[in-house]
Design a protein around this ligand. Structure first.
Ligand SMILES: [Zn+2]
Length: 329
């Protein structure tokens, strides 16, 4: 029998579900930023798994994955270890359904492990990380690309040791496509995943699809993936099951390209998401407001079309990313 478990304001006995908060910084009106937690504390001892969502406040499919996991699928009496779920990891950005914090314009997923004396966003990152994430044995941080995107996990390279190797235990069990690259690839550093690995915790960035809505195949793939990870960690009985709801691209996607436009206008995708594309082949075309084609965006590599990330609409300005194409070499 395991002991009672405490985190933030949550105190939960073995075999039970509890809710509460990690308390963080203060807003202008004195309101406290409170990071909500749902905790399933197993009757039997085992690892602590962190499952977080909405670190970007407009990426909510992970909230639904967590709801189904914690409210429909898990029975704490039959669980070994503890699942700490944080459905809204950055409540300030969630409040405005935005990627960035409106108060300081900061992307929280570039400032982990945060700073207790920094900006609002840095303080929330610090409290989330040190009071929550850093206590766990494994970490899943669920994000979301645009509608219809290929779901994938990110595995980091550039270090060695149990946390780095442990990423593969999580990714192989989760079962969706895997993008592999060094910390800092395409300017992506200071992520929750990076900080967790630096702190010795195996961690994945999980990229589902749907943006600020959710898509059933993506949510079901996310839920199955988390349950698979729990089986691999010995928290649940059984072996991981293969992903069948979403396309899984074979091999390791090591070549990650963001396709950027030079002109501005309306973006028309030319290739289905998940389809193979050859180097030089057009992936999208840009029309101006008069309907003239002003730019064709071609893939620089052989790869797969992963997403058209122009969030929420199909317009672009110079320098916007209009498509992700990932290759295996
Ligand atoms: Zn995100």
């Amino acid at each position: 029998m395991s002991q009672p478990f405490e985190i933030g304001t949550v105190r939960v006995g073995p075999g039970n579900l509890g809710t509460g908060y990690i308390d963080s910084a203060y807003l202008r009106d004195g309101t406290r930023v409170r990071i909500p937690l749902v905790v399933a504390h197993g009757a039997a001892p085992g690892p602590m798994l962190w499952v977080g969502s909405a670190v970007h406040g407009d990426e909510i499919p992970g909230c639904e994955v967590i709801r189904r996991l914690m409210r429909e699928r898990l029975d704490p009496r039959a669980l070994r270890g503890t699942v700490v779920a944080a459905p809204v990891q950055h409540p300030v950005a969630f409040l405005t359904c935005a990627r960035l914090t409106v108060h300081d314009g900061v992307n929280i997923n570039r400032v982990f492990p945060g700073d207790a004396a920094g900006t609002l966003t840095q303080r929330v990152a610090h409290d989330l990380f040190h009071q929550g994430v850093a206590r766990s044995d494994a970490v899943l941080d669920i994000h979301s690309n645009a509608i219809g995107a290929v779901c994938f996990n990110i595995v980091r390279t550039g270090g060695s040791g149990p946390a780095w190797d442990g990423q593969w235990t999580l990714a192989n069990a989760f079962g969706i496509s895997v993008s592999v690259g060094p910390v800092g690839q395409l300017g992506l550093a200071g992520t929750l995943q990076d900080a967790a690995i630096q702190a010795g915790k195996p961690a994945l960035t999980v990229e589902l699809s749907g943006g600020y809505v959710w898509e059933e195949p993506s949510v079901r793939a996310g839920l199955l993936g988390v349950l698979n990870v729990m089986k691999a960690l010995g928290m649940l009985d059984g072996a991981p099951e293969p992903q069948t709801e979403v396309p899984v691209i074979p091999g390791r996607l090591t070549n990650r390209r963001y396709l950027v436009c030079d002109k501005g206008g309306l973006v028309r995708p030319l290739r289905p998401l998940g389809s193979k594309v050859a180097a030089g082949e057009p992936v999208a075309v840009l029309y101006d407001v008069f309907g003239e084609a002003v730019e064709t965006i071609a893939s620089p590599i052989d790869g797969w079309v992963i997403t058209y990330p122009v969030a929420g609409n199909r317009t672009a300005v110079s320098g916007d990313t209009v498509a992700f194409v990932f290759g295996t070499a």
